[in-house]
Design a protein around this ligand. Structure first.
Ligand SMILES: Nc1nc2c(c(=O)[nH]1)N[C@H]1C(S)=C(S)[C@@H](COP(=O)(O)OP(=O)(O)OC[C@H]3O[C@@H](n4cnc5c(=O)[nH]c(N)nc54)[C@H](O)[C@@H]3O)O[C@H]1N2
Ligand SMILES: Nc1nc2c(c(=O)[nH]1)N[C@H]1C(S)=C(S)[C@@H](COP(=O)(O)OP(=O)(O)OC[C@H]3O[C@@H](n4cnc5c(=O)[nH]c(N)nc54)[C@H](O)[C@@H]3O)O[C@H]1N2
Ligand code: SF4
Ligand SMILES: [Mo]
Length: 733
């Protein structure tokens, strides 16, 4: 691909600093939960040790010199006056956010003694960890922390909040989260962006989409919302939330009945075609049109266009799987490229995530052996409200049950109540579903809560102790992306601010205070990462040495270039084929064939919704990253205020005018947002971009007041976009 303006901009930065004796240039990686995992370079003033500039790495082929608008201002985040720089102990009531500074030693000693007390009385499972991808770093994420929790035998966390349903659905069909390489989208002739707002959440894919377009490719977006990506595409196909599974079934129906398939590929590399052909008979375009709201004729022509335009690429993101049938939807969509033979071609296939391409052995980092035979329960993060409840029935319901065949324990076997909670890399008071239940749990006086944070988030307000954590400029890490194939090394560019410490060091100190004397708790960050890199034996990682990472900052997996993972079949499924029919699904309690699993809100979708219910989706706001950046002036200025987008038809029916305060309500709670009347959302649905901090929202709460703890069909995934709400004008401000 030709080098773009971002590349030249980054090169000019490099030239500006490289011969300056007062400046060091340090290479790192963006830590945020984003498929792009950009490599960056930071200019640091030698004298002051202060970072003065940051830009995208020009040499990393996906980053290509560009950081997104949020991280381009990462230095504002690092040096923000609100950064936490000293440990804090609560002095006010829980949630009030009143704290006093304390010394590290005092905090660590007291935390260890409180945890020990809880463990003596209730057992180690009464300690619960809650974390997600505030940083995706393998060390500052689930590295040192897992050593600590494994040694303790604390309750484990099923990290289900984002992607689990789709992940499982994809696995059943394809075997692992392996798909197209990002750069190969440039070679596609047709690109279907399905349930993904690329220009917001995956910007580094876009240059490759544009490249394909220059060569004549058409770009189609399937989404309930006319997103900025849909606007930039050739066509927006509006669809009802949670109905993508039905669309995929009908596409298969047309491809099969009209004989548009790649018979040779199907014959050699797929399993169960005859059952599929029979099973799909019932799912015609007319049937799917009723469900999706897409005209039957367009479904038919889309199937033809998809089958006959090769190479055809599909980008699915996680938007379409945060529904009751989200796992099955992805399972169905994942069948499409094999049916039409798209995997044969460079630029053909599908990408959900590339994470399955990284055969990283994490045991040296996480040390599961420290469990020493303990088998602590696993609680589902989407049921944090239930997990923190003292009601044993609810606690039992919080146990992970990822498949229909996994039964939740009875109340007697729920285990001890959660008495201590350690939160890091996450802001559950804002991001977790069923917010009232979460806050009720966090408010419990008998719950001892420790929060490791960079900022005093909504969650931190409920802590007994807040421990100040470093940012990516201040610590070591290794990053595994989920949108491309480059492993990245992050070197610290500056010293920690104030008394802030890396998560790794905080867990090291806590381990020491708990009396855990295993040598792994004395290993430095650099040693831990180096050992991790050197312990890898898989051929795909061959040649990725510690030295090379230190020198270059990133390294592509040792995979062929171009990388066509399934051109010759070889799917990592039990049969080695793309499984249209899946024995594993049958065993796990699912239909072994692609099937229709409706969303919870199915009866609400469409203009005919007569009883007033609308279906709510709350995808990422452009200038936030989940709830990160949602406290920074620049991002807040751009997002202005928490809004809900509502179609003119639905607004008129409710007498709602543009800018009116409206109340969204269901059985779980309510929230007041400003109405934005817009045809950019389909009738029958409303869209509230997230995730706002509660305390920075005019209503003091956010849209997760309305989202349920209920699990998706697969992997106990979250149902953020499968929510029924009533919407009415509000007098509340
Ligand atoms: N700027 C920014 N970037 C981000 C994030 C962020 O918050 N802000 N979040 C990061 C995270 S955590 C993740 S997981 C990734 C991926 O993040 P995703 O959550 O997948 O985000 P989007 O790419 O916005 O995709 C969601 C899209 O799906 C649409 N959608 C919702 N329901 C349905 C449905 O049923 N069917 C279809 N077809 N579409 C539906 C929404 O309207 C939206 O356009 O992005 C990451 N990148
Ligand atoms: N309604 C609704 N809710 C959603 C979503 C949605 O689309 N709609 N999206 C969901 C999705 S996809 C996801 S992935 C989750 C994400 O939810 P979270 O993983 O909780 O993500 P963030 O809200 O970004 O919070 C991450 C926190 O980690 C902190 N942090 C960053 N780096 C470090 C570090 O090195 N150390 C420590 N100690 N802290 C650090 C940040 O300051 C930030 O407060 O939210 C989910 N919630
Ligand atoms: S958030 Fe994503 S696009 Fe932005 S710098 Fe980080 S990895 Fe790159
Ligand atoms: Mo996510």
């Amino acid at each position: 691909m030709s080098q773009g303006t971002d590349y030249h901009f980054a090169m000019s930065k490099l030239k500006l600093y490289i011969d300056n004796p007062d400046i060091d240039i340090i290479t790192g990686v963006c830590p945020h939960d984003c498929p792009d995992t950009c490599s960056w370079q930071v200019a640091v003033e030698r004298g002051s040790g202060r970072a003065v500039d940051i830009w995208g790495h020009a040499g990393q082929p996906v980053t290509a010199g560009l950081l997104c608008g949020k991280v381009d201002r990462y230095l504002d985040r690092v040096y923000h006056p609100d950064r936490l720089t000293t440990p804090l102990q609560r002095v006010g009531t829980k949630g009030a956010g009143e704290f006093r500074p304390v010394a590290w030693d005092e905090a660590v000693t007291d935390i260890a003694s409180r945890l020990s007390g809880v463990i003596t009385e209730f057992g180690p499972e009464s300690v619960f960890q809650y974390s997600y991808a505030g940083t995706m770093g393998l060390l500052q994420g689930e590295g040192m922390s897992q050593r600590f929790f494994n040694r303790m035998g604390a309750s484990r966390l099923a990290r289900t909040i984002c992607a689990e349903a789709g992940f499982r659905g994809y696995q059943y069909t394809i075997g692992r989260a392996v798909g197209m390489e990002m750069q190969d989208f440039a070679h596609a002739k047709l690109i279907v962006i399905w349930g993904s707002n690329t220009l917001t959440s995956n910007v580094h894919l876009w240059p490759f989409v544009l490249e394909a377009r220059k060569q004549g490719a058409r770009v189609i977006v399937i989404d309930p919302a006319r997103t900025r990506t849909a606007r930039a595409a050739d066509e927006w196909i509006p669809t009802r939330p949670g109905t993508d599974g039905a669309l995929a079934l009908a596409l298969m129906h047309v491809i099969i009945t009209e004989g548009l398939l790649d018979a040779d590929y199907v014959e050699r590399h797929t399993l169960g075609f005859s059952q599929l052909a029979e099973g799909m008979q019932q799912f015609g375009p007319d049937w799917a049109a009723e469900i999706t709201g897409i005209p039957a004729e367009r479904i038919r022509s889309l199937a033809q266009e998809y089958a006959l335009t090769q190479p055809a690429a599909i980008r699915i993101n996680y938007g379409l799987q945060r529904h009751a049938g989200g796992g099955m939807a992805v399972r169905n969509i994942a069948c499409l490229p094999a049916l039409v033979g798209a995997w044969r071609y460079r630029g053909g296939g599908i990408q959900l995530s590339t994470s399955g391409s990284f055969p990283l052995k994490k045991s040296t980092l996480q040390r599961p052996d420290l469990l020493q035979g303990m088998r602590p329960r696993t609680l589902n993060m989407n049921r944090l409200g239930d997990a923190l409840s003292l009601d044993r029935v609810r606690l039992a319901a919080a146990h992970e049950h990822a498949r229909p065949v996994d039964l939740a324990p009875t109340a007697e076997h729920a285990g001890p109540p959660v008495k201590a909670l350690i939160v890091y890399n996450s802001n559950p008071a804002a991001v977790a579903p069923d917010q009232s239940a979460v806050l009720a749990g966090l408010r419990r006086e008998d719950l001892f809560t420790v929060v490791l944070e960079q900022f005093q988030t909504d969650t931190a307000d409920y802590a007994d102790y807040i421990l100040p954590a470093t940012t990516q400029l201040e610590h070591w890490d290794i990053l595994k992306p989920y949108g491309h194939l480059y492993l990245g090394l992050n070197r610290p560019a500056i010293a920690p601010l104030g008394d802030a410490l890396p998560n790794s060091e905080i867990f090291r100190r806590l381990a020491q205070a708990m009396g855990y004397d295993d040598p792994c708790f004395r290993q430095s960050d650099e040693e831990a990462l180096r050992e991790f890199v050197e312990s890898q034996t898989h051929p795909t990682l061959r040649g990725i040495t510690w030295q090379r990472l230190l020198e270059d900052g990133f390294a592509r997996l040792n995979l062929p270039d171009p990388y066509l993972p399934f051109a010759e079949g070889e799917f990592p499924t039990p049969s080695g084929k793309c499984e249209f029919y899946s024995e594993r699904m049958a065993r796990d309690g699912y239909d072994p064939l692609p099937a229709w699993t409706p969303p919870q809100t199915i009866s609400l979708a469409g203009e005919s919704a007569s009883d007033g219910w609308l279906s709510l989706i709350s995808p990422p706001a452009h200038n936030f990253l989940n709830s990160s950046f949602a406290n920074l002036e620049h991002s807040l200025r751009r997002e202005k205020r928490p809004v809900v987008r509502i179609h003119p038809i639905d607004a008129a029916r409710r007498g709602i005018g543009d800018g009116d305060q409206v109340c969204l309500r269901n059985e779980l709670g309510d929230v007041v947002l400003a109405a934005e009347i817009s045809a950019d959302i389909i009738p029958g649905s409303v869209l509230a971009p997230g995730v706002w901090w509660n305390k920075l929202s005019p209503d003091g709460r956010n849209v997760n007041q309305l989202t349920p703890q209920t699990e998706a069909d697969m992997g106990a995934g979250a149902l953020f976009y499968d929510v029924g709400v009533q919407v009415e004008k509000s007098d509340r401000r």
